[in-house]
Design a protein around this ligand. Structure first.
Ligand code: GAR
Length: 205
């Protein structure tokens, strides 16, 4: 029944999952100093560090990470601000049971610096996406998206904060759907049994 959460830093999405009552059995970080670890430990959740820098190759890191994840026999692996690219073997091992949250409306702006890039592109809407993880970085089947406006005077921090507030809402929703066995993936598209809304439109002026 459990969920294992992979993190690299601040941990606000992980915290939102905990606040929503998601049954998290462990939080694993690739960075020892991650604040997410502190938050999880304070709540009595098992934590572990698998430092990517301690491994000579991506494959070796991925294998050690997979072994740590498997200790908890999770139903779902959740990437909550996990900033390492996972190799094909890791992704295949957890295919259909690994989700990521990304701070853009995919397929726009995969990768890093999404808020800066959205502002530079002059888009009028931005947002976040929860998707299943596939070997194609930031391109797996989309579970839910939240849309926010880009407002005059926005800078990357203001825009990021507006998006992050929505991340905290839709991530828990997506994880709950999965745990309730309500997600169906067909031809790369995800639907929710019961037709709950897979789109949130927030903060329109
Ligand atoms: C979040 O905005 C998340 O969407 C993003 O990192 C931030 C982590 O914040 N993830 C990615 O960019 C993954 N490609 P958090 O540690 O406070 O949840």
């Amino acid at each position: 029944m459990s969920v294992v959460v992979l993190v690299s830093g601040r941990g606000s999405n992980m915290q939102a999952l905990l606040d929503a009552g998601i049954p998290v059995s462990a939080v694993i970080s690739n960075r020892a100093g991650a604040r997410a670890l502190e938050i999880a430990a304070k709540r009595g959740i098992a934590t572990a560090v698998v430092e990517h820098r301690s491994f000579p190759t991506r494959e070796a890191f991925d294998a050690a990470l997979a072994a740590e994840v498997e200790r908890y026999q999770p139903r779902l692996v959740v990437l909550a601000g996990f900033m390492r690219i996972l190799g094909a073997a890791f992704v295949a091992r957890f295919a259909g049971r690994m989700m990521n949250i990304h701070p853009s409306l995919l397929p726009a702006f995969p990768g890093l610096d999404t808020h800066e890039r959205a502002l530079a592109a002059g888009v009028k809407v931005h947002g976040c996406t929860v998707h299943f993880v596939t070997a194609d970085l930031d391109h797996g089947p989309i579970v839910v998206q939240a849309v926010v406006p880009v407002l005059p005077g926005d800078d990357p921090d203001r825009l990021a904060a507006r998006v992050l507030a929505q991340e905290h809402i839709v991530f828990a929703r997506a994880v709950n759907w999965f745990l309730e066995d309500r997600l169906v993936i067909e031809k790369g598209r995800v639907s929710v049994k019961g037709n709950d809304a897979q789109l949130v439109i927030a903060d329109l002026p």
